[in-house]
Design a protein around this ligand. Structure first.
Ligand code: GLN
Length: 243
């Protein structure tokens, strides 16, 4: 009998990038794999621990400005996220995590510019108003209900994409990247996006897309009526906001 190694999901720096509940993205990915018969393991890494070189998907979440600076310093010193991307692993980064994996971001009152990890061709600066509230976007290249992505955004940074990054989606309600009506960015197996929620619980097709990038294989559809119902409720809530 051949033993297949469990799919390793790496949850990066919850103590710094965990205040918005984005660790739920790890639970969602693990569950969706388990429901399909895969073995999974979730590795939680804190600053000071080395990032494993064995992960198939690395998850970063949202955080406060100061925590975000500590996280980028520790990740730069570690180097493991760059090695993961070079290996073709998937990176899914939310909000502060998204800003960190770009080329630079500014924080705080002084608009101090901090160098990012440069894994995604984006730069983030402070916007005139903080983006707070439900967000609805339309995923580029997708059709039907799966194309509608919902979440909750809460960020002061506005993000500009460079030529090597493609927007993930177009904003229908909310702010997203801000300047040009786009939301999030993708380059190969690296995805950055603003919504919390956790966003992969609200958008199972996006969760499966991350898994397909990580595994390099198509996944069979997974009908779950309770998730359809959650989606229906969240879409209704955000469309109510749109009025
Ligand atoms: N501190 C960042 C900002 O305000 C990120 C916030 C977050 O992760 N929700 O833009």
């Amino acid at each position: 009998m051949t033993m297949v190694a469990p799919v390793e999901i790496v949850l990066v720096y919850q103590s710094l990038l965990g205040i918005y509940g984005d660790r739920g993205n790890a639970t969602v990915l693990a569950k969706r794999l388990q429901w399909r018969g895969y073995e999974t393991t979730v590795t939680v890494v804190e600053p000071g621990d080395a990032l494993p070189d064995t992960g198939q998907v690395y998850l970063l979440g949202g955080g406060e400005d100061a925590a975000q600076i500590s996280a980028v310093d520790a990740l730069r010193a570690d180097g493991g996220l760059h090695r993961a991307v070079d290996r073709g692993a998937a990176v899914f980064a939310v909000c502060a995590g998204y800003q960190i994996i770009g080329y630079s971001f500014t924080v705080g009152e002084r608009d101090e510019e901090i160098e990012g990890l440069g894994l995604l061709d984006v730069t983030t600066t402070r916007g005139p108003v903080r983006a707070v509230g439900e967000i609805l976007t339309r995923w580029h290249g997708r059709e039907g209900d799966d194309a509608l992505l919902t979440g909750f955004e809460n960020h002061g940074g506005y993000t500009t994409l460079g030529p090597s990054a493609t927007p993930l989606a177009r904003v229908e309600v909310g702010v997203g990247n801000a300047a040009d009506g786009t939301e999030g960015a993708i380059d190969g197996s690296v995805i950055g996006t603003y919504p919390h929620g956790p966003v992969l619980a609200r958008n199972p097709a996006l969760a499966d897309h991350v898994l397909q990038l990580a595994l390099g294989e198509e996944l069979a559809p997974l009908p779950r009526p309770e998730i359809d119902e959650l989606r229906r409720q969240r879409l209704a809530a955000v469309l109510k906001r749109k009025g």
